[in-house]
Design a protein around this ligand. Sequence first.
Ligand code: SF4
Length: 502
Amino acid sequence: MFSFPGNNNQSDKQEESCGIFGIYAPQSDTARLTYFGLFALQHRGQESAGICVSNGGHMSCYARMGLVNQVFNEQILGILRGHIASGHVRYSTTGSSVIANAQPFLIEDKQETRFNGKLRRKYVGLALSHNGNLVNTRELKSKCDDLGLPLNSTSDSEMMARLIHYEYARTCNIESALLTWLPQFKGAFAMVLQTPDKLIAIRDDIGIRPLVCGYLGDKDDPDGWVLASETCALDIIGAHFAFAISPGTAVLIDESGPRTLRWKPNHKDEKLCAFEYIYFARPDSLFRGKCLHLIRQRMGELMAIENPVDADIVVPVPDSGTPHAIGFARQSGIPYTEGLIKNRYVGRTFISPQSRLRALGVRMKLNPLESVLRGKRVVLVDDSIVRGTTSKKIIQLLRDAGAKEVHFRVASPPVLNPCYYGIDTAVQEDLIASHYRNTKNDYSELAKQLGADSLAYLSIEGMLEAFGHTTDELCLACLNGKYPIPISEQTRLNLGKFILEK
Ligand code: SF4
């Protein structure tokens, strides 16, 4: 959703925290392939971008504020040489939007070892790219303090990098470092780690954030291995899907290929974030082998079955509401049409508009097609509502363009609870549906508040039917209040505050 820096930067959607990518490919320009991988993951974070490379001996990292194509150019990519690379695009959920928080975090050290009686100084580098959010940062901050580890940023990801690196430098054994620290991290983490000679994928023990592994070239004799938050980042560089990283495991990739390390014995079932299906992930990505674009169309169809309405046209909120609207139109028989034209070149920008322009708000991004809308009874379809601020403005745009009626259909259940696992809605008051919470699924008062003639959400049961999953297979905490990783009362009250106060 459209947002500007400063006080006006609150989106009307759940915002993703990060996209991560990694590649081990001796014959390839890994930095360039990482650039393209991050480009495909840009929707997951637009505040900073970074790439780290390893050449077997040393590591180099370049990370800056901005979009991938603003941060990197030919010259920089030409300098980043190595057969291993990892990259990160960031949307800040904890920690401020500053360069110190840009990832990958690269931590370097020299460790003295004895070899054949001679003293040697061994380079110990570790780069970490993280997607998710920890819920025990106070505890980990104390551990960093106890070990005398300095923290240069305001991000939980740096704490993880420092703690793993500390053990890695002490033992010169990355597996032992992972087995020591990963069980002590509580919360959501999908990570790509990189050492001078290894690329490592890690997922938390319930797999809230996605992470997949693919290969380049021939399946039986691959030219390289690729890690990515979503399969769309494999597609863009011509890699093929191999497997999803299992919850509670690390996959270490080196010259022998991938090897699995189960860091959490008896891990629980995967509980992938439901919002990855609803909105975060790109529609051309596959989850558990299923195409999100088709799943989202099915959500729209089920929405039409659960909440029919008599109307003339079905109009999506572009682009994220488009597949849901296609499904709604197909099921209801009401014609689908574009009614809001999106300016695709207005993304997040670092040039703040003057206040006169800012007042135009959503109009800078969406322009209504008056000739389509005038005199029509419109079904407006969106994938979700979080704060409701943009929805209200869009409904007003339709009315200003002459729509006779506006029936708002939201193809996901109401967001009633904050997310503590890396999504930017940590504050209950922000969630507009939570102010209208009721047992009868009656959101007529909220419809009035948003200026719609009617408002209905897809049920949780309908959503699960569209996904083809059971409640046990997903995190649904922001929808049903059941948090799969326990949240302490302190975290509930102070999430983010501790880190931002640092
Ligand atoms: S609470 Fe769970 S389902 Fe909701 S956004 Fe967070 S991780 Fe996703």
